[in-house]
Design a binder for this molecule. Structure first.
Ligand SMILES: Nc1ncnc2c1ncn2[C@@H]1O[C@H](COP(=O)(O)OP(=O)(O)O)[C@@H](O)[C@H]1O
Ligand SMILES: [Mg+2]
Length: 380
């Protein structure tokens, strides 16, 4: 196993910079997920770690040793791609041991073969495919094939395990199951792992830490709960959650109105007016759909959003209500199934002060919540 350090890692293709200075340290045995929209540079970053892509700038170290110019096999990484192709004409056992054969030492062939069989058996038991060792890939289920691909990478006892969207070819229910199996596998075999996905539920359930990327850069590195509760900026706030956070930019504050334009449909709680962070900068207010509920117009202990309902999506367990604010802009609220909300209805939605996030509109940086005065005071 290894500790991975990326320092100012850059990748350019011609004049285009696709990875733009990644600084990240991954501890021995840690599982880190690179999460971000398609095209943000996740795969390129992973391929640089694997040695499959030349590093344009910066330094990559495994256990303190610079590996920028080490070929992939010297780095001892195990990798599973989205399109993991198994060898169709080989059995499962053959597929698993294929990577080992190049490493078979000269001399004592018989002992090497016995070792190899033992390793195949061990890894097959770990992944619960020991009963299909004689089968060929086409005779396996999707989940079993996926496990063979994992086993083929793990059997070489890699220092670093790299996975690039390994579940995206599976159907939804199988994907959920494999996700839990991967979590269990990592507990039993805690190899330093970098896992790439654009699927936030995979990231949030699997990761020790989530690295949110956007346009070749890191936007936030945090525990899964923290990227949800304390998104670093408006990009992360809008990207995490399904749907993401509602964001309402407000005009710059004026005298006597520390929150800027007095509520284009969004009123802040009564107490928030005296918040010491209102220093005249323009702020953006954000509330997650699931933190909104039906409220009274005069319930001034809550932040309130007035809207007209455009669409009600009934998702069985809950409603997803899409509304328009009086002066433009929209809102999405996650309400109880029995809320009885209908199209064209005028609604007032409310959120508790601790669920009302405030961002600096200029930089996008999150300042805190309306309930979170002290921290915000320090920030400003
Ligand atoms: N070999 C290449 N040549 C030129 N551009 C590339 C190459 N590989 C990737 N890119 C570009 O780099 C960007 C990041 O790609 P990638 O790392 O695959 O993103 P992700 O995995 O996050 O979807 C994309 O804009 C992609 O088009
Ligand atoms: Mg990719």
């Amino acid at each position: 196993m290894a500790r991975i350090e990326m320092q100012g890692l850059v990748k350019t293709y011609g004049s285009e910079t696709v990875v733009d200075g990644i600084d990240l340290t991954i501890d021995d045995g840690e599982l880190v997920v690179l999460l971000g929209p398609s095209g943000c540079g996740k795969t390129t970053t992973l391929r640089m770690v694997a040695g499959l892509e030349q590093i344009t700038g910066g330094e990559l170290r495994f256990d303190g040793e610079v590996v920028n110019h080490e070929p992939p096999d010297r780095r001892a990484v195990g990798m599973v791609f989205q399109n993991y192709a198994l060898y169709p004409h080989m059995t499962v056992a053959g597929n698993l041991s294929f990577g080992l054969q190049s490493r078979r030492p000269r001399g004592s062939r018989r002992k090497a073969r016995a070792d190899e069989r033992r390793r195949v058996q061990e890894i097959a038991e770990l992944l619960e495919i020991d009963h299909v060792l004689d089968h060929r890939p086409k005779e396996l289920s999707g989940g079993q094939r996926q496990r063979v691909a994992l086993g083929r990478a793990l059997i070489r006892e890699p220092r670093v395990f790299l996975l690039d969207e390994p579940l995206s070819n599976l159907d939804a229910s199988l994907r959920d199951r494999m996700r839990m199996e991967l979590a269990r596998l990592h507990e039993r075999l805690p190899v330093t792992t970098v896992y790439v996905t654009h699927d936030q539920s995979e990231a949030l359930t699997l990761a020790d830490r989530v690295v949110v990327m956007h346009e070749g850069r890191i936007r936030q590195v945090a525990a899964p709960g923290d990227v949800y509760d304390r998104p670093a900026d408006v990009f992360v706030a809008g990207f995490i959650g399904s749907p993401g956070m509602n964001l309402w930019p407000r005009a710059a504050a004026g005298d006597g109105d520390p929150f800027g334009d007095a509520a284009p449909g969004v009123e802040l709680p009564r107490d928030a007016g005296g918040a010491p962070w209102s220093d005249g900068r323009a702020v953006t207010v954000g509330v997650r759909p699931e933190h909104l509920r039906l409220a009274g117009r005069h319930q001034d202990d809550l932040a309130r959003v007035s809207c007209r309902v455009d669409v009600v999506e009934n998702l069985g367990s809950h409603l997803l209500v899409h509304g328009s604010l009086p002066c433009g802009g929209g809102v999405v609220a996650h309400l109880q199934a029995g809320a009885g909300v209908v199209r064209d209805q005028d609604l007032v939605l409310g959120a508790l002060p601790e669920h009302v996030h405030v961002f600096d509109t200029g930089t996008g940086e999150r300042l805190g919540t309306v309930a979170d005065r002290e921290r915000i005071a320090v920030t400003v």
